[in-house]
Design a protein around this ligand. Structure first.
Ligand code: 5CA
Ligand code: ZN
Length: 411
């Protein structure tokens, strides 16, 4: 489907001062800091929205985090291929549409459009492929057929399940005990209690059409795809069965990322799916994880319509390290607004020696996306009262835009 318009990126700091250091990221699978893309062409898959409600700040934090990855790779000289899905048919979407008397596809289209507008406003670089589940059904069917050929799917009451025991590496990402896996599976759309399954953890890959629900023809009957196989299929179709990085929020580690990886490895034995996995910590509000089902949402679109500068929203998100769980507060936004003022005034006034600041920004981002340290480096430059050096403000502003996605007006 159509992506969104790219933010301004007139020049990169790379053009004037050479490539940034290689991006090192904490890999959730190994628990180690790893070079995120050792190859020239860096390939990223990020789990996209389920469009049944508007983008909240938790989603925004996730997409801004992976936008930093894209920017860091570009600045380090990689070419980037970025794929993101839209879960435009799934239980929560169908339930919300039914509860509110809307056509499910209209709801999905409307919220996907609102998401595009929010992402544009936040200067998030669009993915090269923005793929909906519905338009990807043929690709998903292909993957299920591969699983079937490899003996890893079976039927229960007309629905098709993936057998987790088919993947010898199943569990290596989350490293959870079985009790935790069963609990998380039940809490995240799985059905461990369903009779007839070979293993309670086995996940649905194709669900037979239910009365009143949409369905598509397939070799397994008319129905719709399961959630995990959607991402396994979209990622591998557009990026290959071995790619660099799988991203999303930490709520997706199990079962979602574990299952998609297992399905992909079984579909093409000898491959690994993603070489590394990175997860955004959960952003909360009023004491709970911000979520559409809890309803404690701070919406990007709401803040924007209240007149908040989207750059301040982005700066508020960047002020927290991506791996931390944290709570959104009004003060976070006030601090970000003051910071934006400080930086804007400094680039208009001009400033001192830029190179140490530029190097600190790039080094901070390369060190597991330490955005708070990058912001502190810009703060220090902006507060410094040295006599202005020609071109200093331009170089700092270019780096702030290229690496952090904040465009400052040079006046
Ligand atoms: N469509 C699936 C992924 S394939 C999904 O999880 N959709 S979502 O709309 O629920 O979430 C979209 C993205 O935002 C996911 O990567 C999810 O992990 C992330 N996310 C959701 N809630 C939060 C939160 N409170 N804080 C940080 N990230 C979040
Ligand atoms: Zn996903």
């Amino acid at each position: 489907m159509r992506s969104w318009s790219a933010p301004p990126l007139t020049s990169t700091a790379r053009d004037s001062i050479g490539p940034a250091p290689a991006l090192m990221l904490y890999d959730a699978r190994t628990g180690c800091l790893e070079e995120a893309s050792p190859r020239d062409d860096a390939r990223l898959y990020v789990c996209g929205i389920t469009p049944y409600d508007a983008t909240h700040l938790g989603h925004a934090a996730t997409y801004v985090t992976f936008d930093l990855v894209v920017r860091a790779w570009r600045e380090a000289g990689h070419s980037v291929r970025y794929v993101q899905n839209v879960t435009d048919v799934d239980d929560p979407l169908l339930e919300r549409a039914a509860a509110t008397g809307q056509e499910w596809s209209h709801l999905a289209q409307r919220e996907t459009q609102r998401f595009r507008e929010d992402m544009s406003a936040l200067s998030v670089i669009p993915p090269d492929v923005f793929a909906g589940a519905v338009e990807s059904i043929p690709v998903i069917i292909d993957l299920i057929e591969r699983l079937q050929t490899n003996g890893a799917v079976y039927e229960v009451g007309g629905d098709m399940y993936f057998s987790v025991t088919a993947d010898p590496s199943f569990g290596e990402l989350s490293r959870l005990g079985r009790a935790d896996m069963l609990r998380l599976s039940a809490e995240n759309g799985g059905d461990p209690e369903r009779p007839g399954k070979r293993d309670p953890l086995d996940c649905l890959v194709w669900q037979q059409q239910r009365p009143g629900e949409p369905g598509w023809d397939s070799p397994f009957g008319r129905g719709r795809p399961g959630w995990h196989v959607e991402c396994a299929a979209i990622a591998t179709h557009h990026l290959g069965f071995d790619f660099d990085l799988q991203g999303g929020g930490s709520d997706l580690v199990f079962p979602h990322h574990e299952m998609s990886a297992a399905e992909s490895r079984v579909a093409k034995p000898g491959t690994v799916f993603a070489h590394a996995y990175a997860h955004q910590g959960m952003v909360g509000y009023s004491g709970e994880k911000m979520s559409k089902s809890v309803g404690n949402l701070v919406l990007v679109s709401r803040l924007r319509s209240d007149g908040v500068d989207p750059r301040a929203i982005r700066l508020a998100l960047l002020a927290r390290h991506y791996r931390d769980d944290w709570e959104w507060t009004d003060e976070a936004l006030e601090t970000a607004t003051s910071r934006l003022d400080l930086w804007s005034q400094a680039v208009r006034r001009g400033g001192g020696e830029p190179r140490p600041t530029v190097d600190r920004i790039r080094a901070a981002v390369a060190a597991d996306l330490d955005a708070p340290a990058a912001l502190a480096a810009v703060d220090a430059w902006a507060r410094d009262t040295q006599p202005p050096i020609p071109g200093a403000a331009e170089l700092v502003a270019t780096t702030v835009e290229a690496s952090l996605g904040i465009t400052l007006d040079l006046g």
